[in-house]
Write a protein that binds this ligand. Structure first.
Ligand SMILES: [Zn+2]
Length: 126
């Protein structure tokens, strides 16, 4: 086998590996499930694709209304004292969480595949 052939094969393998890694990262970053916890207990797990409105009512009268719309989730209503959770706006990927501190409500987005530790790769996805 010539040296030039080996280089071509190596490059092809590298390209295939890069493509594979990129697809893995994209999958990991794709949030598809809305997860709501109250005081660290999971109370809701619904697909992000399902447009809906969820009321999280607690025994002490705390109320949070979570809305899922256009592939995003946001706090539509809350009777907490600071209203910060409403001001956090819409969330579309797992990089962010919506937190209602007074009510101990946390809204998160999760992907089907957990995000892996590929942070040391020089790959930029746009
Ligand atoms: Zn709040």
């Amino acid at each position: 086998m010539k040296k030039k052939d080996i280089i071509i094969i190596a490059l092809a393998l590298l390209a295939a590996l890069a493509l594979y890694l990129v697809s893995q990262i994209s999958l990991g970053a794709e949030a598809s499930v809305v997860v709501v916890t109250v005081d660290s207990r999971e109370v809701l797990r619904k697909p992000l694709a399902l447009e809906n409105r969820y009321e999280i009512a607690q025994d002490d009268g705390s109320l949070n209304v979570i809305r899922v719309e256009d592939g995003a989730v946001f706090m539509e209503e809350a009777n907490c004292r600071d209203g910060l959770c409403i001001r956090q706006g819409k969330m579309k990927n797992g990089a962010k969480t919506i937190v209602c501190l007074p009510h101990k409500v946390v809204v998160q987005l999760e992907g089907d595949a957990p995000a892996s530790d590929n942070s040391d790769l020089d790959v930029i996805i746009q």
